[in-house]
Design a binder for this molecule. Structure first.
Ligand SMILES: [Zn+2]
Length: 323
């Protein structure tokens, strides 16, 4: 097998073997009713003049041991049990954000496609259900290059799914994954992540823009540097008519641990200490300025607010409203 140009089968095979993210389809159990039995996964609200739609890509599981790797396992399990969470595995939603403001239609991250889990890769169907024509998307912002955020970037012909859109990713993130021979510089269990990122960022027809530092990609929408989870992780800040929203990406991955135990980090956090510092900085800012948050992996639709409580925080989910 050629590591730099593996077949899709190779990728799936390696993905199944990755303990860090445990993205194996065989380990995933469908939730709820039979396929097609759920309501479409989208949720709408406004921030100032911006129309915001959360569009689900589905869900997947992380192993239970992926959380709180810097604290005693018994303490993590006690926390999980107290919060009605499974200890063996961690349920993760995937909440994409579409922001329509002025002439811009901005999508954050492109999801898993058919490369990660049978229960993910539902974003295109949910965009359609939400009445969003994917040809109308003008900008795609990539928070980072992990599988659940980027492997859906190309179709089965290796072409970018939104060929007319401009894509944006941090230059630091891009260059880290595309460092020549990176695949041989990291642990074997992580190699599939590198191969997937390389193939994603090299998709045909991809109009990729590399961003250095904070960068306004469209009026009112600024990519902000939030490293730690990955070397060049970025979040998106929206400001319109005095209202603000932060699409955190994986700065906050869990609506329970990351708020009540913000100093805990997990195995997917590539620099644990830095991910904690970034998370606290972002949650301090959001709670102080009462900014609306979207968490990619929070329970759908993942929209709400942070309240500061001593050295920790609480997540208050937004209400579902009919206008
Ligand atoms: Zn993620």
């Amino acid at each position: 097998m050629n590591l730099l140009k593996p077949s899709r089968r190779d990728i799936l095979k390696m993905s199944a073997a990755a303990p860090a993210l445990a993205l194996s389809a065989s380990k995933v159990t469908a939730l709820g009713g039979p396929d097609g039995d759920q309501a479409p996964g989208y949720f709408r609200f406004t921030i100032g003049n911006a129309k915001v739609t959360i569009v689900s890509d589905g869900n997947f599981f992380l192993p239970g041991t992926a959380a709180g790797i810097n604290v005693d396992r018994a303490e993590v399990e006690a926390f999980m049990i107290r919060h009605f969470l499974e200890t063996e595995r961690i349920f993760s939603h995937t909440n994409h954000v579409v922001i329509e403001l002025g002439d811009a239609v901005v999508l954050v991250d492109v999801g898993s496609g058919n490369r990660v889990s049978m229960t993910a890769g539902k974003m295109l169907g949910n965009l359609e259900a939400a009445g969003i024509d994917y040809n109308s998307i003008t900008h795609v912002m990539l928070t980072h290059a992990h599988p659940d955020h980027i492997w859906g970037i190309r179709d089965d012909f290796d072409e970018a799914v939104f060929p007319d859109a401009q894509y944006f990713i941090s230059e630091v993130e891009h260059n880290w994954w595309l460092t020549p021979d990176r695949v041989n510089m990291i642990d074997e269990s992580q190699q599939n992540l590198v191969i997937g990122a390389v193939n994603s960022l090299n998709a045909d027809l991809l109009q990729l823009n590399l961003v250095q530092g904070d960068h306004e990609i469209a009026p009112g929408m600024t990519m902000i540097s939030t490293p730690g989870h990955t070397p060049g992780h970025m979040s998106l800040h929206l400001e319109s008519d005095g209202e603000e929203l932060i699409v955190t990406g994986d700065v906050t991955r869990n609506a329970y641990f990351d708020f009540e135990r913000p100093e805990w980090y997990g195995s997917p956090d590539m620099d644990g200490e830095k991910s904690v510092a970034t998370r606290k900085r972002l949650l301090d800012w959001a709670s102080e300025d009462r900014i609306t948050l979207v968490g990619y992996h929070f329970p759908f639709p993942g929209v709400g607010h942070a309240i500061k409580q001593g050295d920790a925080y609480r997540f208050i989910p937004a209400l579902w409203k009919w206008q």
